[in-house]
Design a protein around this ligand. Sequence first.
Ligand SMILES: O=C(O)c1ccccc1N[C@@H]1O[C@H](COP(=O)(O)O)[C@@H](O)[C@H]1O
Length: 214
Amino acid sequence: MTCMVKICGINSEDAAIAAMSAGADALGYVFFPPSPRHISLKGAKTLTERVPNSIYKVGLFVEAGDEALENAIKAGNLDVIQLHGKESPERVAEVKERFGLKVMKAISVSTANDIENAKKNYDGVADFLLFDAKPPKDSVLPGGNAVSFDWTLLTGQNFQSNWMLAGGLDPSNVAEAVKITGAPWVDVSSGVERSKGVKDPRKISAFIQAAKGY
Ligand SMILES: O=C(O)c1ccccc1N[C@@H]1O[C@H](COP(=O)(O)O)[C@@H](O)[C@H]1O
């Protein structure tokens, strides 16, 4: 089974080139200062300039205000806004309306209830649902922690919104994760790094090959 791939936390030219040449369908840029993958507006402008229109440029935000969103959208010519905090369904709809872009809402998962709540509250409101593991208690990041959840919670599920699987994926487990969940998209950050916040071009390439079943 093949699927679409988003490589998140692009913060270097090397990572961008590796992801694009291996066939990534979306590149993610983190606009969240506590993250080791955070990039400046200037960095975003430089790194997104040569990305073709066929690849989604996704900005990741955590409970950001409109001004921060607007500045990043302009700097990175973004196509998709990823909301990875506790944004309400109303805020998701508001961001979508205000900026006229696709919006992705991250859903923290540890039990079947979390999937049911996402269906009730965000399905059909966000363009994409992004299922990620709940962060460890002591983490300063709500995502990007290399933690996975029970993939069988997504087996046989259908959503109105498009959706992605994330959390603890890497080149060695992504094919199995896609097989179990039937995910149309996968998203990765930590699993394609050589150290926290530093992407490894070879792992990026291996991840995309494994996810797409080349
Ligand atoms: O990557 C980050 O630094 C990050 C910061 C804040 C919120 C989310 C973040 N990343 C997202 O988390 C998931 C899972 O990442 P990982 O592969 O387990 O490291 C993914 O959607 C990233 O986009």
